[in-house]
Design a protein around this ligand. Sequence first.
Ligand code: ADE
Length: 341
Amino acid sequence: MPPDTNNLSKTLTTEDDRILDLALRPASLEEYIGQERVKQNLAILMAAAQQRQEPLEHILIHGPSGLGKTTLALIIAQQMGSNLKITSGAALEKAGDLGSILTGLNDGDFLFIDEVHRLNHSVEEMLYPAMENFKLDIVIGKGNTAKTLQIQIPRFTLIAATTKIAALSNPFRSRFGVNYKLDFYQSDEIEKIVDRSAKLLGIPAQPEAIKTIAASARFTPRIANRLLKRVRDYAQVKNQPLDRTLSNEALTLLDIDQLGLEAVDRRILEIIIDKFSGGPVGLKTVAAMIGEDEDTIADVHEPYLLRLGFITRTSRGRMATSDGAKHIGRELKTETTRPLF
Ligand code: ADE
């Protein structure tokens, strides 16, 4: 069976990986590599709030997965000397779930809600008065005997993260004091991250191996760290030094090419080019033909293909570019460019 390389960009693989990921997380803004503008803005926001001895304003962080949204939340809470409660949009099913979390916080605490676009409407609405004036409307009873009770909750700061900023309603978005966008990292930043992680894990990787791993990491720290660990496993089992050749061998075995494309990424390009003459083709169709979930394609695979300029998104669907075709050894019959209107 081919390896499930999807894992490398999607979910955590093993318990060992989870522990290693924690060990590799930067603990302060100084240690955090990249996202310079976000770091500078955050440093000002935190220093100003500390000088005024006020809680931080609510923070929204968006961008593709694996870029460090949770890590930033952990750093913010740590630098402000407060606790961070972590949950996710999908876990907060009922208003009561949110109510019990909010009432359990202390003044100055942080609440991190990952994948906040998955919050259901009633929970989102319950958050509004909580975010605005730290009040919670609780409904007691049912039907026409139901009563609403308003209670005061601790002055907390919400840090919300999403890969889908467009899925948030305007009223919700406007309740955040700041909205930071994380971008894919630069190649040199990813190299620094792989180098830092190799040193922290005591992996004797040669500089060329670091470069090779970084080049396949899709400009994403989480993937960079995971690839480093898989290549380290390979070097250990082969009992050979971790150099460029060995890194390439390990990545080939994982079915990851030199630009970091996995089988699913290449399949997306193949379908658009071979079955739809370069597009346009809708996301639903691509998802059905690959047998992959639409959200996974939109959140995990497409952002990187867009970043490489291998596909474009148009109002009529996805189109492949000539660079994308070239990468998988095809040639587009007609260059697919964006419509001019
Ligand atoms: N590990 C994961 N992300 C990182 C980052 N942005 N800086 C340093 N180490 C990291």
